[in-house]
Design a protein around this ligand. Structure first.
Ligand code: SF4
Ligand code: SF4
Length: 363
């Protein structure tokens, strides 16, 4: 496991150019230098040099981050911001009393078993994936915690792919680990990363997720663990990519106007317009800042309630301005953020996952 000290060189690479400020949604909202990577790096560099203590105040700014990675994309020095912030959080948490409680709640005994219990309870409500004798594609499906709790997604997948010869394999994965990483529980994150990669000892054509955050976290494992069984990035896709590739057609009974919210962690959204072009009776309207954060971002929304609400309401307004009937996204957490904003705005616009929406257009 890396220490903050190991990132001294990266912290040195920051030229203080400030380009990350233009990209950071929180800096744009607060104009506070401490919320963006440039300011955070100045503080953390002070820590690695021994001039500053990794204090409660610095932790406040570590928590004031959406982990959206927008600053990463703009940084000319190519610094992996999220890995540095996660490592700093890990070191800070080790010094706190609350760390013991967080570790207990996030342990295999509590967290993983609780998800497994929900998974079991929801089993009677989900149709099992069909078995195929001669499959054209073998898919390993990483459901993520939300879809293990709620059964609908499996049913949408069954409906959409009812005529396709695909084989869906669901090894016993644990959580992708993002909630552990964000809370500085690096030991637990490393544990699930090794565990999940161990489950991958099957032949597959694609590793599929329907949650952009799970996909991005799993692709990040290589920065935290040593293993020879990582998901090949070319094989890692989401259901949207697969549907776009297969050129499936969908038909909706009445005309619908839809818009799309791109989750922060989604690699590419080119699949969306391709799929919409294959949906009869559907008009796609692109919303302003369609790729800006929904504002929820896990524990960020609890620790920074006011900032989170501002982002959530701004996103809701952008959706309302499109005059759409439905807003579609590909992350179960974003679905919650978008629903919250639209509900608080008194809007009747529906929020649907891509799979839910498309399952309604299957003839
Ligand atoms: S990850 Fe996002 S919120 Fe955090 S500093 Fe970078 S741009 Fe700002
Ligand atoms: S864009 Fe990169 S190099 Fe420039 S200030 Fe931000 S973190 Fe530093």
């Amino acid at each position: 496991m890396k220490r903050l000290k190991d990132f001294e060189k990266d912290l040195n690479k920051c030229s203080k150019c400030g380009l990350c400020q233009a990209a950071c949604p929180l800096y744009r909202m607060t104009a506070n230098e401490c919320v963006v990577s440039k300011g955070k790096f100045i503080m953390l560099h002070g820590v690695t040099k021994g001039d500053l203590k990794l204090s409660k105040n610095i932790n406040k700014y570590l928590d004031m981050c959406l982990k959206c990675g927008k600053c990463n994309n703009f940084c000319p020095s190519g610094i992996d911001v999220c890995q540095i912030l996660n490592t700093a959080k890990y070191e800070y948490m080790k010094t706190t009393f609350v760390n013991k409680f967080v570790k207990f709640v996030q342990s295999r005994l509590v967290f993983s078993n609780l998800i497994s219990v929900f998974d079991l309870i929801s089993k009677p409500f989900r149709k099992p994936f069909k078995s195929v004798s001669k499959s054209v594609l073998r898919l390993v499906y990483f459901k993520g915690c939300v879809n293990r709790i709620f059964p609908q997604n499996d049913n949408y997948i069954n409906k959409i792919f009812k005529n396709s010869n695909i084989e869906i394999i669901t090894p016993k994965f644990d959580c992708c680990g993002l909630p552990f990483l964000s809370e500085g529980n690096m030991e637990r994150f490393v544990e699930v990363a090794y565990y999940n990669m161990k489950q991958l000892n099957v032949d597959y054509d694609y590793f599929v997720t329907d949650c952009a955050s799970c996909e991005s976290t799993i692709s990040d494992y290589k920065n935290y663990i040593d293993c020879d069984n990582f998901v090949n990035s070319e094989k890692s896709i989401n259901w949207g990519d697969l549907i776009a590739q297969s050129n499936m057609k969908f038909k909706f009974r009445k005309p619908l106007k839809v818009t799309f919210h791109k989750p922060c962690h989604l690699k590419s959204d080119t699949f969306f317009e391709k799929i919409m072009a294959n949906c009869e009776n559907v008009e796609y309207v692109k919303m302003t800042d369609y790729d800006s954060c929904c504002g929820l971002s896990g524990a960020f929304s609890v620790k920074n309630f006011n900032l989170s609400q501002k982002l959530i309401m701004q996103k809701a307004q952008n959706i309302i301005d499109t005059n759409a009937d439905v807003v579609i996204t590909v992350c179960p957490a974003c679905v919650l953020g978008l629903k919250q904003g639209l509900l608080l705005s008194g809007s009747k616009i529906k929020v649907k996952s891509l799979l839910e929406f498309l399952s309604e257009g299957v003839e």
